[in-house]
Structures are given as structure tokens and as C-alpha cells.
Ligand binder design. Structure first.
Ligand code: G6P
Ligand code: MG
Length: 226
């Protein structure tokens, strides 16, 4: 189902922070890359880091579709399911060894400070592996609500993942700010009627209300400027 919320002009004030996971709190892109590359190579073609960039925020099934198209390989739906499972097994093998040292700079301090200042905190990730990642990196305890790929049917840029987060927290969309490293995620936040802070390059994340290179560049005071 496609969702789009019309933003209102009500200055409700930000009450909740919704965080994407991969590329915002932890750097798992390298593991996705290694697993997809292994899969592509096993099918007889290569997969570059540049292509991997285009898969940020994109669901596992859709990522596979794009990779097969790049490799000019056709597979049945049953074969695709097998290939996605194979890639995921390799990926899970790698993330099972993650430690809190792999949490991105500034993440723990920022999560601690927004909680201390009374903001509600939710996860809004396309990943179906968020549980294991949050557990291995010791981040799970920061979240009032967790919405991930197991709970949503529509991928970013559909705002479903963030609207569900707002609903679980009991706040209106215009009281939420989303932290995202993917263009599709920024679009999802805006379509949901939320503020969006881009984590990455401001020339790429052009739809965001503010862009920083990482959470280490933000304090919870900055949320008052939104
Ligand atoms: C995140 C990543 C994507 C990944 C997706 C699904 O959005 O940025 O690269 O494809 O999650 O992850 P999963 O762990 O369910 O395969
Ligand atoms: Mg991301």
C-alpha cells in the first residue's frame, strides 16, 4: 500500500527521533557489499562498491532484483528466494561477529543525550536483521519502539516504516525527526510529513532539512532548530 501524508504547518515541536540503522548507527554496508559481491561472483558477474551505494535503504528482495538486472541474469521467483537466503546466511555469519566497537562515532553519546532530554526514540529500518545487530552492538536498550523489515510491507521511499514508528510511540508525524543516510529514506520521511536529518553528503541528500557527516556532529540542542 502506498502512503503519503500531507505535512501540516502546525509547529508542534519535535518529540521523537526515528533512526535508520545501517549507515546511521552502525556501518553494515561493508557486510552487505561482501555478501552481495560473493553472490554476484557465484553467478558469473561482478558487483562494485559504486553499485552497492545504490542499494542503501533498499530491501533485500529489491536489492537482489537490481543486482540480477545489472548482471543481466534472469531467475524464477523460487530461485530468487534461494539466492536471497544464501546471501542473507553469509551476511548473518558476518554480523554475528559484530561488536560495540562497530557503532558509528557519536551514536552512543547522541542517543544518550536525546533520551536524557526527553525525546522518544524509535528504529525505522528496512533490515530484517535489526534485532541481532542491535543486540551485538549493545544498542537495543536505547529504543522505545523498533520497526524493521519484519513489520512493514512497503519499502522506503514509502513512509510506512516511519509512520508505524510514530504510531507506536504515540506521536504525530510532524513531531518526528528521521535520521537517514539513504536518499530513499529521506524521501520516506518527507512523504510521511516528518523532518529529516541526512547523515552523509549534502549534495546527495538534497531533500533533507539538515545534513551532517555523522551523529558526532550533532547535539540534541540542534533539534530545536528544526
Ligand atoms: C538496509 C540496508 C540495505 C538492506 C536492507 C535490508 O536498509 O541499507 O542495504 O538491503 O536494510 O536488510 P536485510 O538485513 O533485511 O537484508
Ligand atoms: Mg541506511
Amino acid at each position: 500500500m502506498q502512503h503519503t501524508v500531507n505535512p501540516t504547518n502546525t509547529a508542534a515541536g519535535i518529540k521523537a527521533c526515528l533512526f535508520d540503522l545501517d549507515g546511521v548507527l552502525v556501518d553494515t554496508a561493508v557486510y552487505h557489499y561482501k555478501a552481495w559481491k560473493r553472490l554476484a561472483n557465484s553467478l558469473g558477474f561482478d558487483f562494485t562498491e559504486e553499485q552497492n551505494e545504490h542499494l542503501k535503504g533498499i530491501s533485500r528482495a529489491e536489492s537482489l532484483n537490481r543486482i540480477l538486472a545489472w548482471g543481466n541474469v534472469k531467475k524464477s521467483e523460487a530461485e530468487k528466494l534461494e539466492l536471497a537466503t544464501l546471501k542473507n546466511n553469509w551476511y548473518v555469519d558476518m554480523i554475528s561477529h559484530m561488536t560495540p566497537a562497530e557503532v558509528l562515532a557519536g551514536t552512543v553519546d547522541f542517543l544518550t543525550s536525546v533520551r536524557k532530554d526527553g525525546y522518544l526514540v524509535a528504529l525505522g529500518s528496512a533490515s530484517k536483521n535489526s534485532g541481532i545487530i542491535l543486540e551485538k552492538t549493545n544498542l537495543a536498550h536505547f529504543f522505545d519502539a523498533i520497526v524493521d523489515g519484519n513489520l512493514v510491507s512497503a519499502s522506503k521511499p514509502d513512509p510506512e516504516v516511519f509512520l508505524k514508528g510514530a504510531e507506536l510511540l504515540g506521536v504525530a508525524p510532524n513531531q518526528c525527526v528521521v535520521f537517514e543516510d539513504a536518499v530513499a529514506g529521506i524521501e520516506a520521511a518527507k512523504r510521511g510529513g516528518m523532518k529529516a536529518i541526512g547523515i552523509g553528503n549534502k549534495n546527495v541528500l538534497t531533500g533533507a532539512d539538515m545534513v551532517v557527516s555523522g551523529l558526532d556532529k550533532l547535539t540534541s540542542q540542534d533539534l530545536k532548530r528544526l
